[in-house]
Design a protein around this ligand. Sequence first.
Ligand code: SAH
Ligand code: DHB
Ligand code: MG
Length: 224
Amino acid sequence: MDEELFAAVDAFVCETIVGEDEVLRGAVSAAQAAGLPAIQVSPPQGKLLQLLVRLVGAKRILEFGTLGGYSAILMARALPDDGQLITLEAEAEYAEVARQSVDGAGVGEKVEIRVGPALEALPALEEDDAAFDFVFIDADKANSPNYFEWSMGWTRPGGLIVADNVVRDGALADASSDDEKVKAQRQLHEMIRDDARVSATTIQTVGGKGYDGFLIALVEPESA
Ligand code: SAH
Ligand code: DHB
Ligand code: MG
């Protein structure tokens, strides 16, 4: 693995076409200053999320795992003025950092941060009785299949569900892995294989964040 080369390519892509600005860099600095782990999506990955949100024409987004609000700011920026992003975060301290950065980025009105374990936040979301156009699953990886299953019921036909960190340094291909996070990503792929309502792929990624990957799943338009 040539981490230095991957990081250099990310840097070039960033400087040329990704366009990470001061506000986003500020959100990363604020998270770092507050002692949050630097595990937000990379700038090129964040730009992909933003492009996907725009392609879907999303007005309502759900995110599992807020951290310092980096991916939330990117996705919220891709929403129309009356769009809404609900993001779920287990750590109150992280959510507070995210709140500051999201407000500072000028997208505060579009972003609602709900604090607590994501699974416990789902009943209240059901009460809202409104489907999502786009879901980003990026919280505790062992629960990704649970988050995906729930999201399948609450994403509109034609909507997109994206899951981060599914490749895990290639461990995804290891059928004998006893790592719960790896087993969960394999289970997620097997669930999708067996579900005619969804069409999906996984794209492996390298870059500043090492070797991992995104799963991208389209809820079939005719699945209503
Ligand atoms: N999406 C963010 C990164 C998220 S990192 C970005 O790219 O900017 C994963 C986050 O999930 C962490 O902040 C962690 O605290 C949170 N998390 C872990 N377990 C969780 C749970 N059960 N419910 C909600 N959030 C959880
Ligand atoms: C971790 C979480 C992430 O969402 C990520 O992209 C990388 C690492 C982690 O919990 O270590
Ligand atoms: Mg992630």
